[in-house]
Design a protein around this ligand. Sequence first.
Ligand SMILES: [Ca+2]
Ligand SMILES: [Ca+2]
Length: 298
Amino acid sequence: MRVWIVFLLCLAGHAMAAPAEEEPALEELVTEEPAEEVEVGANPVQVEVGEFDEAIEVVEDAAENPCLNHRCKKGKVCEVDDTNTPMCVCQDPSSCPAAEGEFEHICGNDNKTYDSSCHFFATKCALEGTKKGHKLHLDYIGSCKLIEPCLDNELTEFPLRMRDWLKNVLVTLYARDEDNNLLTEKQKLRVKKIYENEKRLEAGDHSLDLLARDFQKNYNMYIFPVHWQFGQLDQHPADGYLTHSELAPLRAPLIPMEHCTTRFFEECDADKDKYIALEEWAACFGIKEQDVDKDLVI
Ligand SMILES: [Ca+2]
Ligand SMILES: [Ca+2]
């Protein structure tokens, strides 16, 4: 089953990253500009989780064309060998469809802009087995640009807005869920309690003070959304740990808009083992240790 995550990509006001329309001059980037105020949920963008999954390899029988049902992971294509056996080989980047626009560009962590995710993964595949290939990751969506360093005080603001945003995403999905089955029945039961709670802070452009106070006051409403987002990402495999590629559907579209994204998720991996465990994830969002509950990852 393909899973969709709805990203209401514009977080509440005080968005920290500059709009990505044009490459701003260097001097513009060093001076802090007042960020544009954007309403929560103003620009919903859907990103398919599979788009970033580097681990899919499904093999099925096909009578005539052995490659017909032979799926290869991103960056590889199917070819048959001398014995008509299908095999996955690295795709030639020049065979990738031309990008239809800037929105398809990918910035790799080598700080190179790739035309599309196809070009990126084909390049990564060609480097397979090398140190360089092992290190190469998709960093974010869009052409590479200068991303301002995330200051300590800005870093503490990030989870405030992210938590509020996750709660609003869930409530929005619930409100729209009539016949779309955007949420499972179990999830709906959880979100119903938040949705119907009169004390819930409605989506809007709230000050960081208000967000912080609401988290104190209505802490319980934030526990499920934090677990839910973890479960949406932890799927390949669903083992209680997020790898870099599992995190990518959330991280990659966010980085160009939120310059603290990279630092936030780096620091989230408290024990620096390259995986974000549920416990680490929950702690990053201020969820108390005693409230971390595997059964909420539904
Ligand atoms: Ca996982
Ligand atoms: Ca870790």
